[in-house]
Ligand binder design. Sequence first.
Ligand code: G3P
Ligand code: CA
Length: 247
Amino acid sequence: MGTLIFAHRGSSVREPENTLVSFQRAEQEGADGIELDVQMTKDGELVVIHDETVNRTTNGKGFVKDFTYVELTQLRIVDKKNKRIFPRSGERIPTLSEVFRWLKTTNLLCNIELKNSVIFYPNLEERVVQEVKDFGLEDRVVYSSFNHDSLAHMLRIDPHAETAVLYKEILHQPWKYVQSFGARGIHPSWKSLTQDVLLETIENGIAVRPYTVNRRLVMEQLFRLQCTAIFTDDPLKAKNVYASLNL
Ligand code: G3P
Ligand code: CA
């Protein structure tokens, strides 16, 4: 089986990250899956946004945890790089259930990153697992987090959940670490991943999905090594690089 391509925050090189259009674009471009980030509002709504604050990606200011969901819906996605409101009308921070409703109509896989290393949202794990079950998406989801205690907690709630540890440092024999608490994958920064660790981790039955791979040369190396999957902001480029290798 070849390397799967996950669109990091959707096709975020072309569309605003973590929006429905970005995820839909990823599907059109042939991605195998999407990656998204989950935070929680003041009134407990699960929303898809990378940062703890809305400052970088919307026309608002403040922490997600201090907004009610209705207040968040008033905000518009902003392309800060180009200093403009994102031109498609109606583009807002999506809820996790809005993304799932669309995801159900596709065959895409989904990596749900729990953003709970900075703010410890109460019962985030329970809420996300329940939402995944409500939509019947259990077999298409991989949970990840930089908060590894949270992943262990996730496995206590749902022993069948597929979890993967996110990290950017260099870990010693990471396959042993993840196996110690039942996780099934590593999601390292590609810069901290060596060929030896990649191969040995896979040999030990643990999935390897490095982030965020946007350079052609790095893609080629990972595809040739039959890495399990990559996260990229540009799934179309990754598809084309993969096809060009004739693996
Ligand atoms: O899941 C891989 C990657 O998304 C982790 O880093 O900061 O882009 O959420 P970040
Ligand atoms: Ca992420």
